[in-house]
Design a protein around this ligand. Sequence first.
Ligand code: COS
Length: 387
Amino acid sequence: MIGFDLTEEQQRMKEMAHEFAEKEMRAVAPEYDEKEEFPWPVMKKAFDVGLLTYALPEEYGGAGVMSHVTDCLVQEELFWGCAGIATSMGGIMLGALPVLLAGNDAQKKKYLTSLTEPKKDGMPKLGAFCLTEPDAGSDAAAIKTSAKKVDGGYILNGTKHFITNGGIADVYTVFATHDPSQGVDGIDGFIVEGGYKGVIPGKKEKKMGIRASHTAQVHFEDCFVPDENRLGGEGDGFGIVMQTLDHSRPIVASGAVGVARAAFEFALAYSQERKQFGRPISKQQAIQFMLADMATEIDAARLLCWRAAWLLDQEEGNTVQSSMAKVFGGDIAMKVATDALQIVGGMGYMRDYPMEKFMRDAKIMQIYEGTAQIQRIVIARFMIGFG
Ligand code: COS
């Protein structure tokens, strides 16, 4: 059976996220974007209303909203509010996901619970997912950060790159290799506390879009991590990464839908007000066709996200559907933002209007959480096989 009715919880979460996005994010989004500043006050408000860790089980202090479809609904609204702030918020759950998926009871109790508790100053704790390195982006199996086995634990050495919440997080999930000659089988996952000796914040990046998010390098210099912080068994790391991405891509794709929707709504309203040649430009068929395509693409992208998330809710594999949602969501976000800006014309190009921000924010949707090309590789491999 296929149905599109939302449950009461889904409706409530979607409305709550929309209200938060409208009142608390949109009002301040231009300022944080301009200043490229981390939105701590918004993060605190999001934490207080439960929008940061709602997807964690109640036993660890989350709201126990475990449906991935619900997660998609919420993230679409938050990214509609501001993709930069939403990325900062999402970085927490991305960091927590490997623990949720592969952690043992003690690890979950300690680290997931800690993410639902505030810091001493009332601010939320942050999580971060550390996979990417300067020489290992799309080729995730090529990571060089080393995990040397020593008595009682591991010593990590290496640099992680383009890390959301990097250097300011409290809990990191870090992937490193104990033996590069073993390829993916040599990769391990670890939980690393921000306060551990040898966790060194690196350079903060200056970005084209999602500027309210903090993206930075993190260096691990002789960082000791105890045995009890290894996720799963030795060599399980790459599988945990892939599983994490299967879960996170529909969520990120829903964010792309949110950005596209924001751009579309602005262009639609503008086209009905803006008069040229004696009538609103929305009366021109050229504009109508663009609007019709945008609305169709947004709906199609959203349905792909829901399907990929729904499969997870049924505890079924979703790798290919997840990549389909991500590639289509990212591509249409960029296309819709570009066309929407075209409709708004010169006004859209000016920084007094949100359109240019939507376009800058949309671009990352084709890059992070696996580029559009990587998603196509994953989809193609499922059709024509590996190798
Ligand atoms: N779930 C579980 N296991 C998976 C998997 C999945 N979705 N995808 C692959 N695997 C397993 C494979 O089955 C294989 O296992 P065996 O060694 O036991 O056969 C292993 O992982 C290696 O898989 P594969 O050969 O496909 O690895 P590749 O190095 O060729 O690369 C891609 C796989 C390209 C898919 C991976 O590197 C990738 O996703 N890259 C993008 C990384 C990314 O998204 N970065 C964004 C930053 S994170 S915010």
